[in-house]
Design a protein around this ligand. Structure first.
Ligand code: HEC
Length: 160
């Protein structure tokens, strides 16, 4: 038996209202814009990791950039950890650029590479830090190639 009581009607109206409001609420994003998020969160964190990775060629010869203290290793690991978590910020509602499913794929790839990088730093494995650092860099470039270096007209469609 189907009956429409006031309570049911109200409930249905509230459900509709909620359904109608939800997508809007998801768009209410108030943090940094993408350029700032990259410049002040993602990039410095990745740099902290890369700074402790590989060798520097100087006039005096090769210099190992790997940390020499526990504190130094922690800084490198912290950088990778921050990049891994920043991937979640990239996919907060309102952030992804279109096509959003591809955006999310690149963000998740960056997260996976950052977690591998973090694990390498945790093990203080110099060679793995170097290799995971290179792979992390590739994950940045992959998204930038897809979403940043765009012809002028496409850029205008992606202005967030
Ligand atoms: C999911 C896509 C995506 C990933 C992954 C990504 N970026 Fe970006 N990045 C962007 C976009 C989009 C911009 C352009 C933002 C703008 O100017 O509106 C950008 C811009 C930048 C900029 C320029 C900021 C400025 O001041 O103009 C830097 C630096 C940067 N990214 C670093 C990185 C690093 C380092 C990584 C990897 C650890 C990375 N990004 C991963 C999408 C991404």
């Amino acid at each position: 038996m189907h009956r429409l009581t006031p309570k049911l009607a109200l409930g249905a109206a509230a459900a509709l209202l909620l359904a109608g409001c939800q997508p809007k609420a998801e768009q209410q994003y108030t943090g940094l814009d993408m350029q700032e998020l990259m410049a002040h969160v993602v990039d410095p964190a990745a740099d902290a990791f890369w700074a402790g990775s590989g060798y520097e060629i100087t006039e005096a010869g090769e210099r190992d950039l790997s940390p020499t203290t526990d504190e130094g290793w922690k800084v490198v690991e912290d950088g990778a950890a921050t990049v891994a978590e920043a991937a979640n910020l990239l996919i907060l509602p309102g952030r992804p650029r279109e096509p959003a499913d591809e955006w999310t794929k690149y963000a998740k790839a960056m997260q996976a590479r950052a977690l591998e990088a973090k694990a390498a730093a945790e093990r203080k494995d110099k060679q793995a830090v170097f290799e995971t650092g290179a792979a992390l860099y590739q994950s940045c470039v992959a998204c930038h190639e897809k979403f940043v270096i765009l012809p002028e007209e496409d850029r205008e469609a992606n202005t967030r």
